[in-house]
Design a protein around this ligand. Structure first.
Ligand code: MTE
Length: 357
């Protein structure tokens, strides 16, 4: 796919100047040496610079908006309303069990969950992944297991489904940009996958590596991030019962834009930890340097635990906007560990969360 850089559209036309300047500063600090034309299209994590100025970033004005769509691929391809986005095939998942996780939470609509996405391999605007990932092929798919393991292994996505009974987990997802959703994921505990993978005693961390296929993913042709998208967890975090490998949402296989066929979900951490379209899992003895750590080491740390007390250098983390709550709904207070302190708090006892942000 050819990416149109739309050099004819001035950054100032699509992004408030203050926001654009913040992003440009970020990119310069990140030192990617991007072409000037590309800079206009970048919304580093995350569009959030705009939060500090009281407005949300591109597309971040609530339910189903597609405002600003098409920055990466060109406006001609951009949908004009959320209804214009024809979602991919709905493949039901059979035989998963419901759990008590998230009981009573008001779910974010399917439409918002699947049309308001961060997935830079398919574009930097929220509405682009749903459009640009339509032809992405999540099957056949294999995940390779490498590093500090008894032996390297490869597992197909269909066999991965069988490693443990699939469960529905309704989790809050808090993006580092200052918005949140409530999503009914379907998946299996990451701990079950780790058990099958048989890490050895040197394994202290686990690294998740996403697919980076320039043929299928237009965004990887632009150095917005150091591809492939890479994330990581400490082993005890990975073994925490809250951590899941998601294969579906809303009773169906993951839509491409949400990370089909397999993504990580760690609800006490900012959403960027949830690597999508995972093709490789590597066990390591050293803390992996993730894509976002490389892009902005002062802004995006390895732990990335949701923490209302540790501000992002450029915006507040004390509150968030719940997507779909409506244009006039106020911001809600962000909770420590996104409200999952009981389940995860003990893992960070004695750790300075300001230094280890
Ligand atoms: N994984 C990959 N491979 N590429 C990405 O750009 N974005 C991350 C995360 N996983 C991203 C990714 C960010 S910033 C967020 S907030 C969540 O995915 C968004 O997930 P969602 O689009 O399903 O809501």
């Amino acid at each position: 796919m050819i990416i149109q850089t739309k050099a004819d559209i001035l950054p100032s036309e699509i992004t408030p100047k203050e926001v654009f300047d913040n992003r440009r500063e970020f990119i310069q600090r990140a030192g990617f040496g991007l072409l000037a034309g590309s800079v206009a299209m970048l919304s580093n994590p995350l569009n959030a610079a705009s939060l500090s100025s009281g407005t949300l970033g591109s597309g971040a004005v609530g339910s189903g908006t597609t405002e600003g769509a098409g920055r990466l691929i060109g406006r001609a391809n951009a949908p004009t309303s959320s209804k214009a986005i024809a979602l991919g095939p709905h493949q039901k998942i059979a035989g998963y069990s419901k759990t008590l996780y998230g009981a009573g939470e008001k779910l974010t609509s399917y439409n918002d969950v699947t049309t308001y996405n961060n997935y830079y391999e398919f574009g930097t605007d929220k509405a682009e992944p749903a459009v640009n990932s339509k032809l992405f092929k999540p099957r056949p798919w294999t995940v390779s297991i490498e590093g500090e393991v008894k032996k390297n292994k490869v597992i197909s996505i269909d066999d991965l489904y069988k490693l443990a009974p699939l469960e529905e987990r309704i989790y809050r997802m808090r993006c580092v940009e200052g918005w949140s959703m409530v999503i009914p994921w379907i998946g299996l505990p990451l701990a079950q996958l780790i058990k099958w993978a048989e890490p050895n005693s040197n394994a202290k961390y686990i690294e998740f590596i996403s697919m980076a296929d320039p043929q299928q993913m237009p965004g990887v042709n632009i150095p917005v991030l150091d591809w492939p998208y890479t994330e990581g967890l400490r082993m005890d975090e990975a073994m925490n019962p809250l951590a899941i490998m998601a294969v579906g949402l809303y009773g169906e296989q993951l839509p491409n834009q949400n990370g089909a066929p397999l993504r990580l979900v760690t609800p006490w951490k900012y959403g960027f930890k949830g690597a999508k379209a995972i093709v490789k899992i590597r066990f390591t003895d050293k803390m992996p340097i993730t894509s976002w750590m490389k892009a902005g080491p002062n802004e995006y740390g390895f732990y990335a635990n949701v923490n209302p007390l540790v501000e992002h250098p450029r915006w507040t983390q004390s509150s968030e906007k719940r997507i779909g709550a409506g244009l006039f709904a106020g911001r809600i207070k962000t909770q420590m560990f996104n409200g999952y302190t009981e389940q995860v708090g003990q893992m960070y006892a004695g750790l300075d969360l300001r230094k280890n942000f």
